[in-house]
Design a protein around this ligand. Structure first.
Ligand SMILES: [Zn+2]
Length: 153
């Protein structure tokens, strides 16, 4: 907090008590809460209301996602990008191989969404055994021929 900064009026309580701070913030993510720091934002010293700049909430959310990923031992966005390059796949092709909806891998690589553990394991398997991609592709082609029909008795 700088010495020369004059407090500004709070839009919530009206007190002239809003000042810049970089105190850690608690962010809710996937039913857990994560304390993120290194963000400069404004807070009212009277009522506690916090004021964030544009994009700051998204950045805090992404930081919480990073912490959630690390806590669960999941691949980082960079690792997902690297394995996709190693497998020579586009984001759309990896979406297809995993049976994920369009744009899913892109969101994981941007870090805004954390991949489920099941998808994480499947990606690691494909990374370690690229030959599995052929089997996955055949499976997908097979399914696209039509729904499974039980043999008539
Ligand atoms: Zn206030």
């Amino acid at each position: 907090m700088s010495e020369d900064q004059k407090p500004t009026p709070c839009l919530v309580c009206g007190a002239s008590a809003v000042v810049l701070t970089d105190d850690p913030v608690s962010v809710e993510f996937r039913e857990s809460s994560y304390v993120v720091d290194g963000f400069q934002y404004e807070r009212c010293g009277a009522c506690g209301e916090e004021y964030y700049r544009a994009g700051q909430v998204d950045a805090m959310h992404t930081r919480a996602a990073d912490m959630a990923r690390a806590e669960r031992g999941l691949l980082t966005p960079d690792e997902i990008r690297r394995l996709r390059f190693d497998l020579d796949l586009t984001q759309a092709a990896l979406d297809g191989a995993l049976g994920a909806s369009s744009g899913t891998v892109g969101r994981w690589e941007r870090g805004s969404v954390v991949q489920p553990a099941v998808a994480d394991r499947l990606m690691r398997l494909l990374w370690a055994h690229p030959g599995l991609l052929v089997e996955v592709a055949q499976q997908v082609a097979c399914e696209s021929r039509g729904p499974y029909r039980p043999r008539a008795k």
